[in-house]
Design a protein around this ligand. Structure first.
Ligand SMILES: CC(C)(COP(=O)(O)OP(=O)(O)OC[C@H]1O[C@@H](n2cnc3c(N)ncnc32)[C@H](O)[C@@H]1OP(=O)(O)O)[C@@H](O)C(=O)NCCC(=O)NCCS
Length: 151
């Protein structure tokens, strides 16, 4: 699952193999209980990390009335089939069931494909909350990465 996650970001040209942030993507073990996968014929083709603001999940930004998702990735050969949208919809349902008012996400600023997808799903940018992953805010430094925030 972790290799598929890195392969998706590399295929999308958002990261290069060896960039510091790939270590964060590969760290699925530390967030496995919050991670859901989409299997097809026994193979994992999609993954998403559900982040309620419970103080334990890998939420980066979520406040008390927000639910966040992170590390959405679809295997490059399965793009465009609606799997990413379905994983987001499932997470939204979970967020509503938890009583959250908002769904929050971060996306690399150059990731036009994902930004278009999120806009189509009704998300809008919150410029005041943009950030870069650093040792204080994430497990691995990725200070050169700029993350837009959408809600
Ligand atoms: C961004 C990403 C998650 C999107 O996943 P996906 O499964 O391809 O997303 P979907 O198929 O639900 O939607 C993508 C597009 O395919 C279209 N689509 C959806 N179902 C479709 C279908 N059955 N047939 C054809 N096109 C379809 C959608 O309209 C959408 O178009 P849009 O981007 O112009 O709005 C995926 O490309 C990915 O993993 N990229 C690399 C990692 C990454 O960027 N992760 C996001 C981090 S924030």
């Amino acid at each position: 699952m972790s290799e598929m996650c890195v392969a998706a970001y590399v295929a999308g040209d958002h990261l290069k193999e060896g960039d510091a942030y790939t270590a964060t993507l590969r760290g699925v073990g530390s967030r496995v209980e919050y991670t859901l996968v989409a299997p097809i014929d026994g193979e994992i083709v999609g993954t998403i990390c559900h982040c309620p603001p419970d103080g334990l999940s890998p939420a980066a930004l979520a406040g008390p009335d927000e639910y966040e998702f992170r590390f959405l990735a679809i295997a490059p050969g399965a793009w465009g089939a609606g799997i990413g949208s379905a994983l987001v919809a499932d997470c939204e349902a979970q967020a509503i069931a938890s009583g959250a008012r908002y769904m929050l996400l971060s996306v690399i600023d150059s990731n036009e494909r994902a930004i278009n997808l999120y806009e189509r799903l009704g998300y809008a940018r919150l410029p005041e909350r943009e950030w870069s992953p650093t040792p204080a805010g994430d497990s691995t430094s990725g200070a050169s990465i700029r993350l837009l925030v959408m809600r």
